[in-house]
Design a protein around this ligand. Sequence first.
Ligand SMILES: Cc1ncc(COP(=O)(O)O)c(C=O)c1O
Length: 460
Amino acid sequence: MTQPEHDVLKAAQDNLWLHFTRHSAYQQSEIPTIVRGEGSYVYDIHGKRYLDGLAGLFVVQVGHGRQELAEAAAKQAQELAFFPLWSYAHPKAAELAQRLAAHTPGELNRVFFTTGGGEAVETAWKLAKQYYKLIGKPLKHKVISRQIAYHGTPQGALSITGIPAFKQMFEPLVPGSIRVPNTNHYRADEITGVKGMSPEEYGIWAAERVARAIEMEGPDTVAAVFAEPVQNAGGCFPPPPGYFQRLREICDEYDVLLVSDEVICAFGRLGTMFGGQKFDYVPDIITCAKGMTSGYSPIGAMIAHERLFEPFKSGDTMFAHGYTFGGHPVSAAVALANLDIFEREDLLGHVTRNEPRFKQTLDDLRDLPIVGDVRGSGYFWGIELVKDKTTKETFTADESERLLRGFLSKALFDAGLYCRADDRGDPVIQLAPPLIAGQKEFDEIGAILRGVLAEAWAQL
Ligand SMILES: Cc1ncc(COP(=O)(O)O)c(C=O)c1O
């Protein structure tokens, strides 16, 4: 190891505070340190190559090492490195807002920039509260979201998040957030208490839980429902057929805003520019971030239906909310260049054409005794691991700890695949490679998973 490499590893150990990380895991070993990326691959400080099976963190849509995005950032930094969107505009934010609005469904034309996804969610809740105050429904402030769903870490977004373990140590959080069941069809029998519902029946059942929650809370008090097109936490739950159509009807019936949290699902992750387009629904608000720049610079957005902007158009009304770096000129310029790549390389078409191949590659793993379910959409898939395929019995907390943290994460990484082994719901492995990946990368993912999952089973 060279001295500079040693220095970096020591600095990481001594001074970095990693996110969502048990630092105890690195007491005896070095912190994995990634130094560069190229296409669908990243390289660690020792020069070892890994397939980036998670696109960083559902972010690097166009792949690593794109010079044109680096150049767009440099050019913008020279021209105008910074100016805020507080009472002023700059050309790149304006152009990006227009371009995003052109891609959104319906009349979602108002773009409020943030620096990331959690802020976009936070912004959406605050807008929902103020909007209803302005239109004479001041009691409407509560939000509904789904069990195990992750919506970010600011205290409002965390309140919307449905993972108790991430919330307990920060309680009390923002009040007024209510949970309903998610759409894990593999576990539908347990969730509904009814055996063998068809996907269609389950979709209606799950949507109706939202209606019941609104009624129980009082429709006059509920402002919004937050749902991802495909729920990430828990392991990629696609909506059952009809789910979002019924949810849209329910939101209209009770005058509740439908917020599509597309922090992961926008920008081609599902093969469409926005996630709701994959499932044919038009929300009132979209929250997005991650893939907007493919990670070459941070930015997020809350995109609202024009009617939600209406009460802010006149008089002394304003949305008293903002972020210094929201819509940063460099990030906006990079986002525009990123969208150019999407168009030039037809990335949406590429994902749509290749989705069946990716699915097939993962479905081929179903012969392994540990693979219970394979589910997802586009380039966003989860593999649920079980102890018993027939009964769908899952692992105990202790087994899950040993399997996921003790073995799988590290074994997959050591085998050259960076992906996520997650136990926020039942144990799953999640895959979301860069959108440029194709059969070669799928095969590599499939081969590594097969070897490591077989070994995991043997170790149980
Ligand atoms: C659906 C969803 N919402 C919100 C967030 C929070 O985004 P950020 O980490 O950019 O704040 C995430 C992050 O993964 C997410 O997946």
